[in-house]
Design a protein around this ligand. Structure first.
Ligand SMILES: [Zn+2]
Length: 694
């Protein structure tokens, strides 16, 4: 599965309602002012529409908004309900009308303000997440993705910040001494869930694609040094995808911006991808947590999802299956064939396991899981490609996109273009890959064996149950140059269950000596009881160019060799690691668990670890800190207050983590009374929640 261990999943789409209204909105122009002090938004909006029949009312979706008419070319009055603004008037068929109004909202979701807990304005960010959350929480629009609208947004922000929106920046204007206005223009229509803004103290670098499209790469100014590793391969990915898809990139430019505490890995807002700042890496971090896959995935959506859009959720694989498959194709250019086939194999394993457990789903099932839309969708496309051949497949995709550009589509619309180009009977394919819940594992494995390396890989996997004496040659060969990292990693994992006799030690030595970072990382993960004979080799892992390997090695060495703990702590001091400070936090934790080391500073060390639970930090840092403090069983009052704060975080995964941890702590009588003693210090929300769960 494509699971991003530290983030979770790409966004999964929730249900939609088929278009039922009798009017068509063409254009929305809005001037938006996010209020940074109280996390509200106000704006002035004008929109144009026509109706398919005479009618006395039309609406815009608008959740919990106040609004006032400012002008219109026909007499209208406004009725406001909880989720709509109703415009009442005498609207005649085929006439085009314009209405102008102002609005205010205090969005409960979809518009997020982060980094305002500290004094540094350089950390502040505002961003939106439309899909599954609904743009109508901050911008009156049409939630139904079948109504495609041209959106032109202006954003007014304090002068210190920059503002991004869909389309091209056409004017940057100083509103007054303290505010500036950023005006963006779109030329083409899109569904409302793809509208986005982001505000922050950004630095920008522009590259140009081979076709002349501007590729804007944004980053908070304070993170400038991370720009190159974070965006590595961006131009290569863009040029490859535009060429492979065979249809010009449909929008005026392509902007990408990482934001703190994002809800998913990335979101493909039209011409403005927003992604999690967990992918902001230095050159070492790039090795374990690079943005390449998400980068390619969100870019592919600019065609699959944004240019053509599903009519309803049962066709959601037309977005996610295509984005997953084309991202893999782009990665194949960067990381090679073995990477490509290994990834497909991993997808197949997840799909087979779900299917074997009775959790298989039809690809065309409405509201299916992301495993189905993403991985099964990608597999269906890989198989279709095998069956009809790459030429037919590529041409069909090109015709499909051109024919339905800026429209909504179904699976049949795509398959009809494939069928028009081939004599191959595709009824079996459609039956097996679209309509069956079970995953076609045998077909899939057969298709994978067309790769050169997969049969060899399977051969080694088949040796898992064998005694070491019967596979020693195969494992030895796996560490010979040139290394195939997947085969070598498999060999390392098979060694982990063996007793550490001379033969096994010798094999591990060979694995260390490959010097391959992936192979060495596999050792750091699976060899947790370190034989004395491998101690010095293992210690060299502390210097590998991988923060993950260093973390694994640091922990395992500290556990295995108590007499050397001080030495390891000295060696690993002053390293942060990833941006979630994995090495720093492990160091603080192990320091606290090593009483004779810097004993006089214990309090300060604790304070340093404890402060990482504060809302001032991104949720990944906080989650690590809570986890470590749980392991050493040391929650101060302030940490518990911070934990209660986390129970209301907008990122559901972190929120659930905090809630689960709080419930666990409440089962411990000591913590239960400590938590209850904090009640006078809690705000109403936290107090109500606490009373509810116990
Ligand atoms: Zn996606």
């Amino acid at each position: 599965m494509i699971r991003l261990v530290f983030i979770g999943i790409f966004i999964c789409f929730s249900s939609i309602i088929a278009q039922t209204h009798n009017f068509d909105v063409h254009k929305i122009s809005a001037e938006i002012t996010p209020n940074l002090e109280n996390e509200s938004v106000s704006g002035e909006l004008s929109f144009s529409f026509n109706t398919s029949q005479d009618t006395d009312s039309i609406f815009l979706d608008a959740k919990n908004m106040a609004a006032q008419i400012m002008g219109s070319d026909i007499k209208v009055s406004l009725n406001i309900s909880e989720d709509k603004l109703w415009f009442v008037g005498d609207f005649e068929v085929d006439e085009t009308y314009n209405i102008n109004f102002s609005y205010q909202a205090q969005p409960k979701q979809t518009l997020y303000f982060v980094g305002f807990e500290d004094d540094a304005k350089t950390n502040d960010q505002v961003f939106t997440q439309g899909q599954g959350k609904y743009t109508s929480h901050w911008l009156p629009s049409i939630d139904d993705m079948n109504d495609k609208i041209e959106f032109d947004l202006s954003i007014i922000v304090p002068k210190f910040y920059g503002a991004l929106a869909n389309g091209k920046l056409i004017e940057q204007w100083k509103e007054n001494d303290s505010l500036s206005r950023w005006t963006y223009d779109m030329k083409k229509p899109m569904s409302s869930y793809l509208v986005a803004i982001s505000v922050g103290d950004y630095k920008r670098e522009i590259q140009q694609s081979n076709s002349g499209v501007d590729l804007h790469q944004y980053l908070l100014k304070k993170d400038s040094l991370y720009l190159e590793p974070t965006y590595r391969h961006t131009k290569q990915i863009f040029d490859y995808l535009e060429n492979k898809i065979g249809v010009d990139y449909p929008w005026q430019n392509y902007k990408q911006v990482p934001v703190r505490d994002f809800l998913y890995a990335g979101m493909e807002n039209t011409s403005l991808t927003i992604f999690s700042d967990a992918f902001v890496v230095d050159s070492i971090g790039y090795f374990d947590r690079n943005y390449v896959n998400v980068n390619a995935h969100e870019l592919a959506h600019q065609w699959f999802g944004n240019l053509i859009t599903e009519t309803e959720s049962k066709h959601h694989w037309l977005h996610e299956g295509f984005a997953t498959y084309y991202a893999l194709l782009a990665e194949r250019q960067i990381f090679g064939d073995n990477y490509f086939y290994h990834k497909l194999y991993q997808y197949a394993e997840s799909l087979k396991s779900a299917s074997d457990n009775g959790k298989g789903e039809k690809l065309l099932k409405p509201n299916a899981s992301s495993l189905t839309y993403y991985q099964k969708g990608a597999w269906a496309l890989f198989m279709l490609n095998q069956i009809v051949g790459e030429d037919v497949f590529d041409r069909a995709v090109q015709i499909f996109l051109n024919k339905y550009a800026f429209q909504n589509v179904t699976t049949d619309d795509f398959m009809n273009e494939v069928k028009a180009l081939t004599n191959v009977d595709l009824s079996d394919f459609e039956q097996q890959w679209f309509k069956q819940s079970a995953f076609q594992a045998e077909q899939a494995l057969e298709a994978l064996e067309t790769s050169l390396f997969i049969p060899e890989y399977f051969e080694l996997i088949a040796k898992r149950p064998l005694d070491i004496s019967k596979k020693i040659g195969a494992i030895e060969t796996a560490f010979d140059f040139p290394i195939n990292i997947y085969i070598a990693q498999e060999a390392v994992s098979q060694l982990a269950s063996e007793p550490a006799n001379d033969e096994v030690i010798q094999l591990y030595q060979s694995a260390f000596n490959t010097g391959n970072l992936w192979v060495r990382q596999a050792i750091s993960e699976s060899l947790t009881e370190i034989p004395l004979a491998l101690k010095s080799a293992y210690e060299t892992l502390l210097q590998d160019q991988s923060y993950q390997t260093r973390e694994n090695a640091f922990l395992h060495l500290w556990m295995n060799f108590p007499k050397d703990r001080k030495r390891y702590l000295n060696q690993m001091q002053n390293q942060d690691g990833f941006r979630d400070k994995n090495l720093k936090q492990l160091w603080l934790t192990l320091n606290l668990a090593t009483p004779d080391f810097q004993a006089d500073k214990t309090t300060q060390t604790y304070q340093e670890l404890a402060q990482y639970t504060s809302p001032k930090y991104r949720f990944q840092i906080r989650e690590h800190a809570f986890g470590y403090l749980y392991q050493i069983d040391a929650f101060s009052d302030q940490v518990l207050i911070n934990l209660l704060d986390g129970c209301f975080h907008h990122t559901w995964r972190f929120r659930d983590f905090c809630r689960q941890l709080l419930k666990t702590l409440l089962k411990n009588p000591t913590y239960q009374s400590q938590i209850n003693n904090l009640k006078p210090k809690l705000n109403d929300k936290a107090l109500t929640y606490l009373n509810k769960i116990q």
